[in-house]
Design a protein around this ligand. Structure first.
Ligand SMILES: NC(=O)c1ccc[n+]([C@@H]2O[C@H](COP(=O)([O-])OP(=O)(O)OC[C@H]3O[C@@H](n4cnc5c(N)ncnc54)[C@H](O)[C@@H]3O)[C@@H](O)[C@H]2O)c1
Length: 304
């Protein structure tokens, strides 16, 4: 039975050892003590994902496809999951790019709101890869319609929550289960949004904002449970980025882009490739002490 100590700390607490590596000052001191030691930068290796397996939902386009490409560039074998039966032309081009890089990008069709469907698919992917899944990026999401909170239709409200909240959970849950069973110290990244923290000015997106707040708290909750297994769970919250999702608003109202741009101190909206660095950091050992955090990348939108 789990006991409670005088400090209120549950006992026994599972303590993980601090990883010790020949990097940074340790590497400097090694070079100092051994003149024959050949030094080379280690920081790039810290981001590398050689022989790792990654899953990206919403991978057929937008942010998800860019994340898949980054993970391939870092050496991972990547599975993109999305709704269409067959992937689009950009995904197919990315599979050829991955092959030229010496790795591979694969497509699987699935609806993340179907818990059994996504769980079976992730088990299948694990089975194809000696039970190994190292990285999960849950990026599938929808915006819903823009409508006053007083009249927002229930079906659409439920649908946005189903994809953005349930779907993210079912994907992360399925990957976490595989990581835990295989004893892998994996990284799970839930794609939230700055809309989890601030309200998009003059945009009536009540279910979207609600769902994204839930995702941030979901990441913290999963991080708390999975930390003792060495599995890290963080959320990534982008600001305004031009993708198919935002094009649906920007292309209808040409003044919207300059309005959104005026809401951050950089005076512009972001591009998909501006999230490459943060996804590489979160997915890799370079962020090994980061869990339960929400990483905001918004061009400073949330500082005002
Ligand atoms: N673009 C932005 O400005 C922005 C900002 C903050 C957060 N986000 C988040 O980033 C993520 C990616 O968005 P994006 O901008 O690339 O949009 P997008 O519309 O280009 O991509 C979303 C992808 O999710 C897929 N998808 C939707 N429902 C699904 C389901 N039930 N099962 C499987 N796949 C499904 C879509 O088919 C699509 O390919 C979303 O979670 C979004 O909320 C985007």
């Amino acid at each position: 039975m789990v006991g409670i100590t005088a400090l209120g700390v549950r006992n026994p607490v599972k303590l993980a050892g601090v990883p010790s590596k020949e990097i940074g000052l340790n590497d400097v001191l090694k070079a100092e003590s051994d003149p024959t030691y050949v030094v080379k930068p280690k920081i790039y290796d810290e981001f590398a994902l050689p022989n790792q397996v990654a899953v990206v939902t919403g991978g057929d386009g937008g942010l998800g496809l860019e994340f898949a490409i980054v993970l391939c560039e870092l050496g991972a074998k990547v599975y993109g999951i999305d709704l269409p039966e067959e992937p689009g032309a950009d995904f197919i081009a990315a599979t050829r790019y991955a092959k030229k890089l010496g790795t591979s990008l694969h497509y699987r069709s699935s609806d993340v709101t179907n818990q059994k469907g996504i769980s079976d698919l992730i088990s299948q992917i694990a089975a194809e890869n000696d039970d190994q899944i190292h990285v999960c990026v849950a990026a599938a999401g929808i915006l819903g319609i823009e409508e006053s909170c007083t009249t927002y239709p229930s079906e659409m409200f439920k649908k946005v929550l189903d994809v953005n909240c349930n779907g993210v959970f079912f994907s992360a849950q399925a990957c976490a289960k595989q990581m835990k069973a295989a004893g892998i110290f994996g990284s799970i990244i839930l794609i939230a949004s700055m809309s989890a923290t601030v309200v998009n000015r003059e945009m009536n997106w009540i279910p979207y904002n609600t769902s994204k707040s839930a995702v941030v708290q979901m990441a913290r909750s999963m991080a708390a449970e999975l930390g003792p297994d060495g599995i890290r769970v963080n959320s990534l919250s982008p600001g305004h980025i031009r993708t198919k999702m935002t094009a649906a608003v920007l292309d209808v109202d040409p003044e919207m882009e300059s309005f959104w741009a005026s809401l951050n101190p950089m005076g512009r909206i972001g591009a998909v490739h501006e999230l490459r660095g943060v996804i590489a950091w979160l997915a890799s050992g370079a962020s090994s002490f980061c869990t339960g955090s929400d990483i905001l990348v918004s061009g400073g939108h949330t500082i005002w």
